[in-house]
Design a protein around this ligand. Sequence first.
Ligand SMILES: [Zn+2]
Length: 143
Amino acid sequence: MTQQEQPCQNIEPLISGALDNELTQQQRQQLHLHLASCEACANLYRELAEQRGAVKLGVQTNDVLNESQSTRIWNAIGWSLLVLGLIPLVIYAIYQFSQDTSIPWWIKLTIGTTVLGLILLFINVLRQRMQAAKSDPYKKVNL
Ligand SMILES: [Zn+2]
C-alpha cells in the first residue's frame, strides 16, 4: 500500500482543524506529511497560525494568565501548609507507634510498609504538582 499524495484542497480544512485542535491523530499525521512536502500549504499553515495566535493572545492572555497564576500560588500555599502540618504529626505517630511494645512486630511491619507507600505516593503527587506549576500553560500548536 502506497501513501497517496493529498491534493492541496483536501488539506486546507485540515489546517484550520489543526488550529482549532479538532483533528484526529490520523488527520494530524496526514497534515504533517503533506506540510513536509508542500511549501504552499506549509506557508498557509504558518500564516493562519500567526493570525490565530495574535487574536488568541490579544483576547485571552491577560485574563487566563492572571487567573492561573493566582490559582498556582494558592495551590502552593495549600500544599505547603499541608506538608508543614503533616510532617510533625507523622513523625510523632511513628515514634509513638514504634515505642508501643504491646503491638506484635509483624503488625508494625505491615503498617509501616503501608505508611511508607502512602508517603511515597504523596511525594509523587507533590512532585507532579510542582512540575505542572513550572511548565508553561501555553503550549505551541503541535502538528
Ligand atoms: Zn499543499
